[in-house]
Ligand binder design. Structure first.
Ligand code: ZN
Length: 393
């Protein structure tokens, strides 16, 4: 048994406790949460700072870890995608080493669960070690070509079948983005995932050309597809934001994780939440700055009681894989977002989005959420620009 105490403890499922004591067993299971004055001080392990549950990273592409620093910043999404496609193929050993390093970096930064996009089986060896809980999203796209849906589904089903799940982990087949998945492919994905509740991730409203494509079939995606000799003859603009196309074709019974949402309006958030009570919003602020040099308007999400989660995206579009660094970026640019709201996004909301809240996301008795120390915090336990993270359990 360990008795951890710190200046502040944030259980996330209840109010913060000043000078609290967190009692855990050998396996890291939470046994009790108490006040320090009821305890024998000599039996306590004291840490200066705040104790928070392990972080949940709901959006990453671990298989793109080898492109750290290789793709230009600030170009916008389409030039970014072109650079990823042309630069992602390197020697298998380099890809494997980078994945291993990135996985360790996340563990060191207090991340205990990961929602990870996979197009290929490169990360499956690391995931089999089970050092955190992984929700692997096998990601499908057919460039909006109904005729390509069969082949896309068949090819990625082979990848899906190769992933052997470590205990506590999960997998599903998911659509890449509104601008890259045909109605036929959405149908196949829905049929495959069935009626048992899963988590489905989709990139959403990330770039102005995505908007233009759906509003009036204009913008840079037309030329982008043209450069691959992909004709969009059958595609018809909907006259609405891209998310409505996704809502029309996705199954509302699953937990749905909309990722990025830099252009999502209050009306869009409310429409998605009316469509399904299992709607989550993953924000990846550093990646949004890296790729598009823009951020979502978080006030929209706060006003709508939206369940926001935090993602790092991959090392191709970020400088590190750290949830704390994502929270610092939110604080720097939209400092009105309260620390405790962000902490919930980074822990319990993420655990719920991935279906992992049975063990993760809060200091609830009986859970094994991991224990993370935030050092160099402000007087009420919140983060500052030079706060550091250290994993205790
Ligand atoms: Zn992504």
């Amino acid at each position: 048994m360990r008795k951890l105490t710190a200046d502040w403890i944030f259980p996330v499922d209840g109010p913060a406790i000043a000078n609290g004591v967190l009692i855990v067993d050998e396996s890291g299971k939470i046994l009790a949460l108490e006040k320090r004055e009821n305890q024998d001080f000599g039996a306590l392990e004291y840490h200066k700072g705040s104790l928070v549950p392990g972080f949940v990273n709901t959006h990453c592409h671990l298989e793109l870890s080898h492109m750290l620093g290789k793709v230009d910043t600030g170009t916008g999404l389409i030039p970014f995608i072109v650079q990823v496609v042309t630069k992602r193929n390197v020697a298998t050993e380099l890809i494997a080493e980078a994945i291993e390093r990135a996985n360790q970096e996340m563990l060191d930064n207090g991340i205990v669960a990961l929602g990870d996009i996979s197009n290929a089986p490169d990360t499956f060896m690391v995931k089999a070690q089970g050092k955190m809980r992984y929700y692997t999203f096998i990601e499908l796209f057919d460039f909006l070509q109904d005729a390509g849906a069969d082949k896309a589904f068949h090819d990625w089903k082979l990848v899906y079948d190769q992933l052997e799940l470590a205990p506590g982990s999960a997998k599903s087949m998911v659509p890449h983005a509104p601008y890259s998945v045909s109605p036929s492919l959405f149908e196949k994905i829905n049929a495959f995932n069935g009626s048992l509740q899963q988590t489905i991730s989709i990139h959403n409203q990330e770039t102005p050309p995505e908007m233009a494509l759906f509003m009036d079939k204009s913008g840079d995606f037309i030329d982008f597809y043209g450069s691959f000799d992909v004709a969009l003859d059958a595609f018809q603009a909907t006259g609405q934001a891209s998310i409505y196309y996704a809502l029309k074709h996705m199954a509302p019974g699953h937990r749905t994780l909309f990722v990025h949402n830099t252009l999502t309006s209050r009306a869009d958030v409310l429409a998605a939440q009316a469509w399904s009570p299992h709607t989550y919003w993953a924000t990846c602020p550093n990646a949004n700055l890296y790729i598009e040099n823009r951020l979502p308007n978080y006030q929209v999400f706060l006003d709508s009681d939206a369940r926001v989660t935090i993602g790092t995206d991959s090392l191709t579009s970020n400088w590190q894989l750290s949830i704390l660094e994502e929270l610092k970026t939110i604080s720097r640019y939209q400092s009105y977002v309260p620390f405790e709201a962000m902490l919930r996004w980074a822990t319990l909301n993420g655990a719920q989005a991935l279906g992992f809240a049975d063990t993760l996301g809060s200091f609830t008795i009986g859970k094994t959420p991991g224990v993370v120390l935030l050092e160099n915090v402000n007087a009420d336990g919140g983060i500052k620009s030079d706060t550091r993270v250290r994993r205790l359990l």
